[in-house]
Design a protein around this ligand. Structure first.
Ligand code: NAP
Ligand code: 8YV
Length: 324
């Protein structure tokens, strides 16, 4: 029997591509060239394409999905799938799967690293050494994280791992979400502004999408205040980036550590070359170990689907809407 055909709309790491090619014919739409070349390839493969591979950063329009009338499944290499139009998929009975849990530790490590780098100014200290300034001068004193309060916005799978790590760093942890979590031993704030006011470091790790767009706006940043730092490992859309730039420019907050941006890979120039801002190119889950685990789960979902078995990690919005 011929192998099912997939379209990849994201860059595929070699280990992921290799695993997929054991089971499927994979068309590389991501690497197909300019928009015209992509449209031509899509039109050519559409009659046979039954699966799609996307990643956390993929932003798919309904019309890009409707190009493939025989699509049965979109496997997202990432836990966040805010760029996939779920309503359109539900309507067309397309399964969407993602990769929860296997990246919790990596992303939590990144959030803690950003917290330390921003509060202790380690990136600026590194530049100070490289610039030969150590000796003639002394690097300015920084701020401890131990004894301070971390406010986690989104105490989910990753948020809980961040909390556990920050407790080990002797921080106090509090959180905000739409619901109190009775089993979580941390103070709950139903009011995000109050959490920001009481936090020394505000760490954002919610899903992206319309429901969280600009959740962190100028008013929240003002509550965080000139001694407070913002860490964002969620999605760029969750933070009002222009408000953040203003807050940094006016010292309305102390600093920021950012792995995600509103229009990746574009990063506002105003955030660059500042001792109190640390910028990462969306690498929170980007280790060999974690990306291999994500790739294995993303591939398993496709293999299971095309062998007529339930997928492992259907996104929650589609449970009860499409067969797993
Ligand atoms: P999760 O387990 O679903 O947790 C999400 C948390 O956000 C929940 O605690 C939820 O609590 C809260 N939340 C959802 N909507 C909210 C809202 N409107 N206001 C306030 N809180 C809200 O998800 P996860 O696995 O921890 O992943 C979280 C997100 O991290 C992903 O969706 C993705 O965007 C991001 N991420 C980024 C990277 C990266 O490379 N930077 C890597 C992995 C994940 P309530 O339901 O109580 O509100
Ligand atoms: C990745 C992510 O950058 O899981 C997510 O939601 O944003 C990240 O893990 C991405 O999905 C890699 O493919």
């Amino acid at each position: 029997m011929s192998q099912p055909e997939l379209v990849a709309v994201a860059p595929l790491a070699p280990f992921f591509a290799e695993r997929l090619r054991q089971h499927f014919i994979v068309h590389d739409l991501h690497g197909a060239g300019d928009a015209e070349a992509k449209a031509a390839l899509a039109a050519r493969i559409a009659p046979r394409t039954r699966g799609m591979v996307a990643f956390g950063g993929s932003k798919l329009k309904p019309e890009q999905i409707r190009v493939f009338p025989h699509l049965e499944i979109i496997s997202v290499l990432g836990v966040g799938y805010d760029g996939v139009p779920i309503d359109c998929c539900a309507e067309a009975r397309i399964k969407v799967t993602h990769t929860p849990d296997v990246l919790n530790d990596e992303v939590a490590d990144t959030a803690v690293a950003l917290t330390l780098m921003v509060c202790r100014r380690f990136v600026a200290a590194h530049r100070f050494v490289e610039a030969g300034q150590w000796g003639p001068g002394q690097f300015p004193l920084t701020r401890s994280i131990w004894g301070k309060t971390a406010g986690i916005v989104g105490l989910g799978r990753i948020g809980r791992e961040i909390a556990a790590r920050l407790i080990a760093h002797r921080m106090q942890v509090a959180y905000h979400g739409r619901h109190r979590q009775p089993d979580a031993p941390y103070r709950y704030y139903d009011d995000l502004h109050a959490l920001a006011r009481d936090s020394d470091v505000l760490i954002v790790v919610t899903p992206g999408g319309a429901a969280t767009r600009h959740l962190i706006d100028a008013t929240v940043l003002n509550e965080l205040g000139p001694e407070g730092s913002l860490i964002n490992v969620a999605r760029g859309s969750v933070v009002d980036e222009q408000a953040l730039v203003r807050a940094i420019e006016t010292n309305a907050i102390a600093g920021a550590g950012l792995d995600v941006f509103a229009a990746e890979p574009t990063v506002p120039a105003a955030l660059m070359n500042r001792p109190n801002v640390v910028l990462l190119p969306h690498v929170a889950s980007a280790t060999v170990e974690t990306r291999q685990a994500m790739a294995a789960l993303a591939a398993d979902n496709l293999v299971l689907h095309f062998s007529g078995q339930p997928v492992k990690t259907l996104v929650p919005e589609l449970r009860g809407v499409v067969a797993p």
